[in-house]
Design a protein. Structure first.
Length: 351
């Protein structure tokens, strides 16, 4: 199929690692038969955007256009598109292509594609072209990788659900969180405050483990039943052996043995935060309670749609601070200082 590369989009890009953002333009591909063109209205800022823009993980290709919490409106569709029409409210999350043929794609876990899922930015698509993310006014995406945003969710509020929402919903669902289960959420940030809402709505007894008591009232408002400061060593004595599941949402290294001690027999510590350095733990922390350490990625497209519908039905929403395109550098600095309640969202009309 032809690829004329003739849809021009204004973007925010970083020319090199840790450089300030610049306003520039890129070429999006011409619509293929199964593509849709999205007018991006909002894009959330995720900590992994910062890791990539700063090249913390060493795979950065510059200039880079970050952004994978994308919410907007369909403005054009390819000839074979059946799921969406012009005017539909839609979202795009962390990836934009997969092989569609491997066992994981076929069961709806495109994030684990054996050929390699194509990330929405800082990745090379199967056609050899670099991907550019949602800090942009327009985007062309295969309809298979687009989700519908329910009418009851405002677009700015919906955008963080495309990463932070599905990253927390997916493991809670996989580990069968529900009535009778005791769940601890480590960290009350962009991921944690959504994890609390999802786990509470699923029927679990929810405890927040945060470094300080600063966010206790907000955690309880989001549905937490209990709140403890991890800076208090008495917390680990008091809560020993209590939890079926601990969801770790922070990107700093934990004292893994201390957190494993909080699990019941057969309990699981699930990591969705990604620290830069390896964790360390004593294997006896696992053996003595048949405990597990696990990790979870985002969910597939079908599960992401399910999460959005669940959030809309139950009134689950991130707490956001909407910013302009000129405030992104400052927002990055504030995220690194943990100075945000709880997710920045860029208003793309300001670009």
């Amino acid at each position: 199929m032809c690829n004329h590369q003739n849809i021009t989009a204004r973007v925010l890009s970083v020319p090199s690692a840790k450089a300030p953002f610049e306003k520039s333009t890129i070429e999006r591909r011409d619509l293929r038969s199964d593509d849709i063109l999205i007018d991006i209205r909002y894009c959330g800022i995720c900590h992994s955007d910062i890791h990539n823009a700063h090249d913390d993980w060493g795979h950065g290709v510059f200039p880079m256009v970050p952004g994978h919490e994308i919410a907007g409106v369909v403005t054009a569709v390819g000839s074979d598109v059946t799921k969406f029409a012009v005017g539909d409210r839609v979202g795009v999350g962390c990836f934009v292509n997969s092989c569609g043929e491997c066992e994981y794609c076929l069961r709806g876990d495109e994030q684990f594609c054996t050929k390699g899922v194509v990330l929405v930015f800082n990745a090379v698509d199967y056609d050899g072209n670099l991907t550019y993310g949602g800090y942009s006014q327009k985007m062309v995406v295969k309809e298979k990788f687009v989700v519908r945003i329910p009418d009851s969710l405002d677009l700015d509020v919906a955008s963080p659900l495309l990463c932070a929402g599905i990253t927390t919903y997916s493991p809670l669902k996989y580990w069968n969180v529900g009535p009778g289960k005791k769940v601890a959420v480590v960290g009350m940030g962009g991921l944690g405050h959504l994890a609390v809402q999802f786990a509470h709505t699923m029927g679990a007894e929810v405890t927040v483990l945060s470094q300080t008591m600063n966010k206790k009232n907000e955690a309880l408002d989001f549905g937490a039943d209990h709140y403890y400061a991890t800076s208090d060593s008495a917390t680990f004595t008091e809560l020993a052996g209590q939890f079926d599941l601990i969801l770790n949402t922070v990107s700093a290294n934990l004292d893994v043995d201390a957190y494993l001690s909080l699990l019941r027999v057969d309990g699981t510590l699930v990591n969705v935060g990604a620290p830069a350095k390896p964790d360390e733990y004593n294997v006896f922390s696992l053996i003595m309670g048949r405990r597990s350490i696990a990790g979870s990625n985002v969910g597939g497209i079908q599960e992401t749609q399910e999460m959005l519908d669940f959030a809309a039905e139950h009134g689950i929403a991130p707490m956001i601070e909407v910013i302009s395109a000129d405030q992104v550098d400052e927002a990055y600095e504030r995220v690194l200082r943990s100075d945000v309640r709880y997710r920045f969202v860029i208003d793309m009309s300001t670009l």
